[in-house]
Design a binder for this molecule. Structure first.
Ligand code: NAD
Ligand code: UDP
Length: 320
């Protein structure tokens, strides 16, 4: 059955892929975005689909719409972006989530909240399971995002407990792929863009810190499966790829796959930068029948091809 689905942050990296996936399933998609980190270009090819609507609005301002489901994704996700205007990040997470919960309540709609592995902070437990409460600095530079997302989870649970709202929470781990902005500032886009421009790859700290990188198609599959779970199943559920790499390993892979001659340079580690991160995805496996299928090498190849097109850079081999 065709549903009316609101995606906040729909013109961003993850949102733009989700818009496409839901349109391909025959749904009506309403994309709400203020284009602070997303762009119209990410969804421009959808404008001629009558089932697609774009609303240019801040999620932290009230909205009235007839909808069946909400995916609440609006929020800058890259540390340099969410730290540029931390108060705005907090407002987006808290006021934005409250408005979306209010809308869901008025429409008797279901809402999926995009939470994050950042709720675990710099984790003292490894890998991270959903029952770990985290190790977050409440007053550090990352806290506008980490604590904003933690409070958004609290709001979701209270709307469920007080009003019986149908809520789904996913904790997304580092995700990458086409439609990331070249100046997004996250590690995969930084390294690929630097390699394609033959610039130095900037390693923050020693590069021994780890992350687990999930390709976008796998993540979107997990989001849709979570939304389809039975009422009463709230999560939170970790969505991420459990293959763990050091940042140094990632840099070397990018150099190899781009055939670049860039050097690795070391820069100071930003404060509160988590040392290790890897999701335990047992819950996603058992409740959603979900696990990632795209390897880091395959995902990087597709992402590199996207950035080559976007930056107008041809493959090195084309030069010979
Ligand atoms: P993104 O920055 O590409 O997309 C965010 C989108 O939200 C952008 O289009 C931006 O313009 C929009 N937005 C931001 N503030 C807004 C506001 N106040 N009102 C309306 N629109 C607003 O980031 P992304 O990677 O696509 O992340 C999407 C969601 O997933 C975010 O909530 C993020 O916290 C979460 N997440 C992402 C990752 C990841 O690795 N990509 C990891 C964990 C969680
Ligand atoms: N990082 C890096 N060089 C960069 C950008 C990021 O070494 O150009 C590091 C960053 O310090 C962190 C890791 O890569 O340890 C992942 O950073 P990202 O911003 O992608 O995500 P997050 O820290 O939110 O997991």
């Amino acid at each position: 059955m065709s549903k009316r689905i609101l995606i906040t942050g729909g013109a961003g990296f993850i949102g733009s892929h989700l818009c496409r996936r839901l349109l391909s399933q025959g749904h009506q998609v309403i994309c709400l975005d203020n284009f602070s980190t997303g762009s119209e270009a990410n969804v421009a090819d959808l404008f001629n689909i009558p089932r697609f609507t774009l609303i240019n609005q801040d999620v932290a301002t009230p909205l009235n719409l007839e909808i069946d489901e909400i995916y609440n994704l609006a929020c800058p996700a890259s540390p340099p972006h969410y730290q540029t205007d931390p108060i705005r990040t907090i407002k987006t997470n808290i006021l934005g989530t409250m408005h979306m919960l209010g809308l869901a309540l008025s429409q008797e709609a279901k809402m999926l909240q995009a939470s994050t592995s950042e709720v675990y902070g710099d984790p003292l437990v490894h890998p991270q399971r959903e029952d770990y409460w985290g190790n977050v600095n409440p007053i550090g530079k990352r806290s506008c995002y980490d604590e904003g997302k933690r409070c958004a989870e609290t709001l979701c649970f209270e709307y469920q407990r007080q009003y019986g709202l149908d809520i789904k929470i996913v904790r997304i781990f580092n995700t990458y792929g086409p439609n990331m902005h070249p100046e997004d500032g996250r590690v995969i886009s930084n390294f690929i863009v630097q390699a394609l421009k033959e610039e130095d790859l900037t390693i923050y700290g020693t590069g021994d810190q780890t992350r687990s990188f999930c390709y976008i198609t796998d993540l979107v599959d997990g989001l849709v499966r979570m939304m389809a779970t039975e009422k009463g199943f709230i999560g939170p559920v970790n969505l991420g790829n459990p293959d763990e790499f050091t940042i140094l390993e990632l840099a070397k892979k990018v150099l190899q796959l781009t055939d670049a001659r860039s050097r690795l340079v070391f820069r100071p580690l930003p404060p509160d930068d988590p040392q290790r991160r890897r999701p335990d995805i047992s819950l996603a496996r058992s409740k959603l029948g979900w696990q990632p299928s795209v390897s880091l090498d395959d995902g990087l190849r597709a992402t590199i091809a996207y950035f080559r097109r976007r930056l107008g850079v041809s493959a090195n081999t084309d030069l010979f």
